[in-house]
Design a protein around this ligand. Structure first.
Ligand code: NDP
Length: 451
């Protein structure tokens, strides 16, 4: 075999930047992975010769489409929709749909790239994809949301399928939106099939799918703490976000004996020194999900809490931190503050919530730090189990699924140890997750030749 000219990491990243102008989130995600993969493949000629990393960092396809809908006043509105199918080397494309005004092609490409490694880590046969729209669901009526979802699916349906690409929810897309999209898919294709996950229990959904990402992030955290002979009992936790992932992470922390001090949304964070217990978490779930309220109203219901407008919660001293809102919400200085305040472990519920500088700070401090592709994989793992249940036309019991989720998170933790153990008691979970996820996808790609 011809020995390829190995490019070094800076040259590789120059190429990525050049080919993806104005796509900073995508470039950031590739850089974070490439830093570890370059080291891993330096003596593995085949990965170089076959340009495996370059190929994973070039989506199989990016579909972009117009989504027209009518608002309640009869105005015609136009949004852009996308589906990024990054890589299907180990299974059908799989990844969520995000509706948020900040959605761009760059954001979805970064998410689809990350998803490829995350899905590989679960051990289930799922490739990586992601989709969404710059549609802002905030302030829209239920009828407007329904019309938008139907219009979005009217284009998307031709690109997806139970064995092709299986989307799920993400920011701004919960059970209600999945219902509207599934209804439209079924109407157009006349096909009742497991084409989306996160479905309602009455129509093909899986138990614990809603809870799985947040619960999984806490199971992963518990696995990390166990390597130091510790657990969550009595630990204080700072959590950002107040959506699906954040509230279920909070719930599991409380169940395991921890004390949750904060939650947040895009308006700021609340700090409750008494701890956010199950009753308060239920209040937040109802308030944010069903009443579509703001987190700042928490202090009216629980006056001992304080609201900090326009701020993130990372300055509140804690034992463990779980960023569960969005990308790049925890910056280098936040990471330094957390460490200075004694934070021992960080488990990411969101995707890429820590910026590159923050990642470097956590790594240099050698704290227990789990990147989202490992710690938030519980959601897609249970989505994978939903796909299996749909194929078999059966439903597993809650206890079975809870155990499977725990086992999958423990398995991901083990994979991280396999490639991330740096000796002297330090585990580099970023490196472990990147290499374990890469290797699985890369080896499948080698088997397929140049395609
Ligand atoms: P939700 O829509 O349920 O909640 C998102 C939360 O994050 C809300 O509290 C929202 O506040 C907040 N948020 C969104 N954007 C910003 C911002 N720019 N600044 C501050 N806060 C913000 O989404 P999920 O809980 O499902 O997703 C959260 C994260 O977890 C995302 O990164 C997602 O990709 C990731 N994830 C989700 C999975 C799932 O199963 N749902 C699976 C794996 C990862 P506001 O109400 O003000 O918008």
């Amino acid at each position: 075999m011809a020995v390829s000219d190995h490019v070094d990491l800076p040259t590789f990243m120059e190429g990525v930047k050049k080919r993806n102008p104005y796509q900073p989130e995508f470039v950031q995600a590739v850089q974070e992975v490439a830093e570890d993969i370059f080291e891993f493949i330096q003596d593995k000629e085949e990965y170089h010769a076959q340009q495996i990393l370059r190929r994973i960092a070039e989506p199989d396809r990016v579909v972009s489409f117009r989504v027209c809908w009518e608002d309640d006043n009869g105005n015609v509105r136009v949004q852009r929709g996308w589906r990024v199918q990054n890589n299907n080397a180990i299974g059908p494309y799989k990844g969520g749909i995000r509706f948020h005004p900040s959605v761009t092609e760059s954001v979805l490409k970064f998410l689809a790239f990350e998803q490829t490694f995350k899905n590989a880590l679960t051990g289930l046969p799922m490739g990586g994809g992601k989709g969404g729209s710059n549609f802002n669901p905030k302030g829209k009526s239920v009828r407007e949301i329904m019309r938008f979802c139907q219009s979005f699916m009217t284009e998307l349906y031709r690109h997806i399928g139970a064995d092709i690409d299986v989307p799920a929810g993400d920011i701004g897309v919960g059970g209600r939106e999945i219902g509207y999209m599934f209804g439209q898919y079924k109407r157009i294709t006349n096909n009742f099939t497991g084409v989306l996950t996160g479905k309602g229990l009455e129509w093909g959904g899986s138990l614990i799918r809603t809870e799985a990402t947040g619960y999984g992030a806490v199971y992963f955290l518990a696995n990390m703490l166990a390597t130091k002979g510790e657990d969550l009992n009595g630990k204080t936790a700072v959590i950002s976000g107040s959506g699906n992932v954040a509230t279920h992470a909070a719930e599991k922390i409380v169940q395991l004996g921890g004390k949750v001090l904060t939650l947040s949304d895009s308006g700021g964070y609340i700090h409750d020194p008494d701890g956010i217990d199950q009753e308060k978490i239920d209040w937040v779930k109802t308030h944010k999900t069903h009443r579509r309220g703001r987190i700042e109203e928490y202090v009216e219901a629980y006056p001992r809490a304080t609201f900090h407008a326009g701020k993130t919660p990372w300055g509140v001293p804690c034992d463990v931190a779980l960023p569960c809102a969005t990308q790049n919400e925890l910056l280098g200085d936040d990471a330094r503050t957390l460490i200075a305040n004694g934070c021992k472990a960080v488990s990411e519920g969101a995707n890429m919530p820590t910026d590159l500088e923050g990642v470097h700070v956590f790594k240099a401090a050698k704290i227990l730090y789990a990147p989202g592709k490992a710690s938030n994989a519980g959601g897609v793992a249970v989505s994978g189990l939903e796909m299996s249940q749909n194929s078999e036309r059966r439903s597993w019991k809650e206890e079975e699924l809870q155990q499977m989720l725990k086992d999958i998170m423990a398995g991901i933790h083990k994979s991280c140890l396999a490639y991330g153990d740096q000796g002297g008691g330090y585990i580099d979970y970023v490196k472990g997750a990147n290499i374990a996820g890469f290797k699985k996808v890369a080896d499948a790609m080698l088997a397929f030749g140049v395609v």
